[in-house]
Design a protein around this ligand. Structure first.
Ligand SMILES: CC(C)(COP(=O)(O)OP(=O)(O)OC[C@H]1O[C@@H](n2cnc3c(N)ncnc32)[C@H](O)[C@@H]1OP(=O)(O)O)[C@@H](O)C(=O)NCCC(=O)NCCS
Length: 371
């Protein structure tokens, strides 16, 4: 029988700097009362100058690896879901691979906006289920504060920075992701997008002056779309897992807006007490919101082995999706892992590789490499 993809490790990383609604009142024409009543958000985390999407992703991954008790050298695949990569290329996932010292891993980025983590979980699960790989790490990481127009009150109150990671490992018992749905409707691409900096509008003085490098959003339409698809996708994915809503102990939705979550749960006739909401403290961290909320749910004892949990999200693209998992936790057994050793090893290895490449170029550089 094909193996299941157990979720055996989890970790999160959020910047220390907190930006409250009261501080936003000093920046744009808004009020704490407006933001809380329309969104549920009270504060969000913002990266410092020396933090990046890869640094948050690496920190979250190290924590997840410690819980799973595996060394980076055992990872076969790294997927970083992000809409705020460090560069257009190379992939942020490759930067994480280098920093972790995951010497055997393939690495790529995935862009499905706020739904990306669900897409990534499903892709990694399928790779494990076919037997192609045994161990993957899926990361949702964002530094959207770098792309927000801090003079636009429609968007700047919503987003925050952070990262979350899951380790997936092949296991015999029926656990991990049981079903998933992934959907997209590109006709709504302009409802939530960042036009500049890609091949359509490469960066020029004009694109900068026109503000094309900032997030644009039609909030009301996104709201309508989100409430429609969240309930729909949840029902579909639960059916697909051959379960009923009564079998679901917990829903962990994308943390965009408390009102969206409330409307979706009402449509599902599912109690709010069995849903994780932490957007009051982090805002919308896009693709990082589901793994961050999961880490907090586990720490608070709200997600336990044997529970069925639904992850459900939506976002730019438009994209949406859901997944059902049977929670199990780390594999039993005592294994010594050395994250500090590996970090040091990864740094040394990276430096040595760069130096060797230079020596190589110096010695062989005079020869024509194409002959
Ligand atoms: C953005 C959102 C909170 C706006 O709430 P809303 O109730 O729909 O508010 P509206 O857009 O109708 O705006 C109502 C008024 O508030 C104003 N407003 C917008 N942002 C404001 C802010 N931060 N502070 C105060 N007033 C604000 C608008 O300008 C508008 O004023 P007007 O009536 O004079 O034109 C809501 O539409 C939403 O959450 N949408 C989904 C967004 C989302 O989740 N995006 C990420 C998806 S992954």
């Amino acid at each position: 029988m094909s193996p299941f993809a157990h979720i055996t490790g989890w970790g999160m990383a959020v910047p220390e700097k907190v930006l409250t609604n009261f501080e936003l009142e000093q920046m744009v024409e808004t009020t704490d009362e407006w933001i809380v009543s329309r969104t549920g958000i009270r504060e969000r985390r913002i990266v410092s100058d020396d933090q990046t999407t890869a640094s948050l992703a690496t920190e979250a991954s190290r924590r997840a690896l410690e819980i799973a008790k595996i060394n980076p050298g055992e990872i076969d695949l790294i997927i970083v879901s992000t809409s705020s990569p460090e560069y257009l290329f190379p992939a942020t996932a490759s930067l994480v691979q280098d920093r972790l010292g995951a010497v055997r891993a393939g690495a790529f980025d995935l862009l499905a906006a706020c739904t990306g983590f669900i897409y990534g979980l499903n892709i990694a699960t399928q790779a494990i289920r076919t037997g192609s790989i045994r161990t993957a790490i899926v990361i949702g990481a964002e530094t959207l504060s770098r792309f927000v127009d801090w003079t636009d009150r429609d968007t700047c109150v919503l987003f925050g920075d952070g990262a979350g990671a899951f380790v997936l490992q092949a296991g015999e018992e029926r656990a991990g992701l049981l079903s998933a749905v992934m959907r997209s409707d590109g006709s709504g691409g302009d409802l939530l997008y960042l036009p500049g900096g890609g091949s359509r509008y490469p960066t020029t003085i004009d694109t900068v002056n026109e503000g094309l490098h900032n997030i644009k959003m039609k909030g009301r339409e996104v709201f309508r779309f989100a409430t429609r698809v969240m309930a729909q996708a949840t029902k579909e994915v639960v059916n697909k897992a051959q379960l009923s809503m009564d079998d679901i102990q917990l829903i962990i939705p994308h943390q965009a807006n408390k009102r969206i979550i409330e409307v979706a749960l009402k449509k599902l006739d599912f109690p709010m007490e069995r849903c994780i909401v932490n957007l009051d403290r982090y805002g919308n961290t896009s693709t990082a919101s589901i793994p961050i909320a999961t880490c907090e749910a586990i720490n608070d004892g709200r997600l336990k082995p044997g529970d069925h949990v639904v992850f459900v999200g939506f976002g730019g693209g438009l994209t949406w999706g859901a997944a059902v998992a049977r929670w199990s936790g780390p594999f039993p057994g005592i294994k010594v892992v050395r994250p500090a050793f590996y970090s040091l090893y990864a740094r040394l290895r990276s430096i040595i590789n760069r130096v060797l490449r230079r020596i190589d170029a110096f010695i062989l550089g005079r020869d024509n490499p194409y002959t």
